[in-house]
Design a binder for this molecule. Structure first.
Ligand SMILES: NC(=O)c1ccc[n+]([C@@H]2O[C@H](COP(=O)([O-])OP(=O)(O)OC[C@H]3O[C@@H](n4cnc5c(N)ncnc54)[C@H](OP(=O)(O)O)[C@@H]3O)[C@@H](O)[C@H]2O)c1
Length: 304
């Protein structure tokens, strides 16, 4: 089976690319601005290049991870957000829709399509994004569901667990906690992170069964603020010299360079137990198993 991973240079895409390379699938990946060996360099905002890609090669399954996932970046540069999150999908569907052998599309979306914090959102809950990031991702989802039936969009919470990627939040935190410095972290927004390997397992299942529509991927663990994540990491470190500072109230937007509105505590569940019924790794397990291993490999015996 021929698998194409769009955005294989990114945080999620690079993990999936490496993981699928270890399987029997024939895997191809794309990059945009980052020069990465073995990946096809392509700008998905350019319709001609996208059509050429699919004219020359056939694929059975496509995983789309292209996009701009930072809410603040999207709010500050709405044209870029629209281009990366929506135009890329518009061009992809335009290039695929007349093909006789249509590949199955797995599109990565976000929990930020929801607004309602008073209930736990399931796949039938009304989406209503409160920032440009959520809005452009919802637009992409709607376009896919309207014009490309062989597809599923997965709404995701915060994804952690790719310590080899330079943008990994937890490895950055581990490194900062080694230094004798104060580290201020938000203690007001609850997040429900999942390990990227759990996403990989679910995608494996989806490739086999090809279910369509929308899937909420969320574990049932307790929510954690970034400050609480820092506390758990610090508890596990042997010689952590850094001091964590709880920002207490909602951070001053200017100080934190935060421009996008964000929900404080947004919860999702899935009604599609046939696909998403896996035993999710907890945040503590991720730290104690995965990050311990990677951090010690890079920096020596720093975990307890
Ligand atoms: N990370 C999370 O916690 C999280 C949570 C929920 C949902 N998601 C969703 O998951 C997806 C992946 O997130 P991520 O964190 O992996 O993002 P990321 O690290 O920023 O990766 C985005 C990928 O898209 C590529 N890209 C951007 N613009 C492009 C363009 N015009 N043409 C072709 N490729 C382009 C980037 O290529 P270059 O790097 O080479 O420029 C990169 O490979 C996003 O759609 C996001 O909405 C992520």
């Amino acid at each position: 089976m021929r698998l194409l991973i769009l955005g294989a240079s990114g945080y999620v895409g690079s993990y999936l690319f490496k993981a699928f390379q270890k399987t029997e699938l024939n895997v191809t990946g794309t990059t945009h601005s980052s020069p990465v060996q073995d990946l096809i360099k392509i700008d998905f905002k350019n319709i001609t290049d996208v059509i050429n890609l699919f004219d020359t090669t056939e694929f059975d399954v496509i995983i789309n991870t292209i996009g701009h996932p930072s809410p603040d970046y999207c709010e500050s540069y709405p044209d870029e957000a629209y281009g990366g999150n929506f135009t890329s999908i518009f061009n992809l569907i335009s290039a695929l829709k007349n093909k006789s052998n249509k590949p199955f599309l797995i599109n990565l979306s976000t929990i930020y399509v929801y607004k309602d914090e008073s209930q736990t959102n399931n796949e039938s809950s009304l989406p209503c994004p409160i920032n440009t990031y959520g809005y452009t991702k919802l637009l992409a989802e709607l376009f896919i569901s309207r014009y490309y039936e062989k597809s599923i969009s997965i709404r995701l919470p915060m994804i952690l667990g790719n310590p080899e990627h330079p943008n990994d939040f937890l490895m950055t935190l581990c490194k900062q906690l080694q230094k004798d410095e104060d580290l201020e972290l938000d203690n007001s927004e609850l997040r429900y992170p999942i390990d990227i390997n759990d996403l990989y397992k679910v995608i494996m299942k989806i490739i086999t069964t090809q279910p369509k529509g929308i899937l909420n991927l969320a574990n049932n663990s307790n929510g954690l603020t970034r400050y609480q994540m820092g506390v758990i990491i610090k508890e596990n470190m042997r010689n952590s010299r850094g001091t964590l500072k709880d920002t207490g109230t909602y951070p001053d937007p200017q100080k934190w360079l935060r421009v996008a509105l964000r929900p404080r505590d947004l919860k999702m569940i899935s009604c599609r137990k046939d696909i998403a019924d896996i035993s999710f790794r907890t945040f503590r397990q991720m730290i104690e198993i995965k990050y311990r291993y990677y951090f010690e490999r890079s920096y020596g015996q720093t975990f307890k």
